[in-house]
Write a protein that binds this ligand. Structure first.
Ligand SMILES: Cc1cc2nc3c(=O)[nH]c(=O)nc-3n(C[C@H](O)[C@H](O)[C@H](O)COP(=O)(O)O)c2cc1C
Length: 154
């Protein structure tokens, strides 16, 4: 997705959210851990969020939910455009749960058909075959262009 971003746009990767301390409202304000504060600032500074996550036992992965919880009491999520993208055609239960959480947090959800790149069951070495395919590169580029347009409509 980083390679297919529209001109002038940048996609930063936040793949270390699992390292955040467990959210606790008693540890906010002056006691907010530095990593949680940095995450909050990054979301505040971003024009939009792209979320891609697996589903475990029909649930939102704990690390992602915890990272979202760190945003709840501040303004980071309010009106912030967000798009879900998927590497599996399954995970339907957690997608709905995630949308409900995002709605509750006042994110602005990009409602276009969600991108599903068929990577489920493939080995890491096989990913390039799918991701280098012109059809999928175009699908990814289209989806990002649509999301950027959605952000700019705000
Ligand atoms: C413990 C465990 C539970 C899972 N539960 C679900 C599930 O409820 N629904 C689903 O669609 N996929 C489920 N999966 C599949 C994962 O969401 C994911 O598609 C799979 O682990 C492949 O991702 P990876 O290539 O990043 O490992 C589960 C996987 C694991 C390891």
């Amino acid at each position: 997705m980083q390679h297919e971003m529209p001109l002038g746009c940048r996609l930063d990767l936040h793949d270390q959210l699992g390292g955040l301390p467990i959210y606790n409202p008693d540890n906010e304000g002056e006691r907010t851990p530095a990593a949680a504060a940095r995450w909050n600032e990054a979301v505040c500074a971003a024009d939009g969020l792209v979320i891609s996550c697996p589903e475990y036992a029909h649930g939102i992965p704990g690390g992602l939910k915890n990272a979202l919880d760190w945003l709840v009491s501040g303004p980071a999520a309010v009106g912030k455009p967000v798009m879900l993208v998927h590497a599996s055609h399954r995970s339907l239960v957690s997608r709905e749960a995630l949308r409900e959480v995002l709605r509750t947090m006042s994110f602005r959800i990009f409602a276009a058909p969600e991108l599903e790149v068929p990577l489920l069951g493939k080995k890491l070495a096989e990913y390039a075959t799918v991701l280098d395919d012109a059809k999928w590169r175009q699908a990814i580029a289209n989806c990002l262009a649509g999301f950027v347009q959605f952000i700019r409509q705000d």
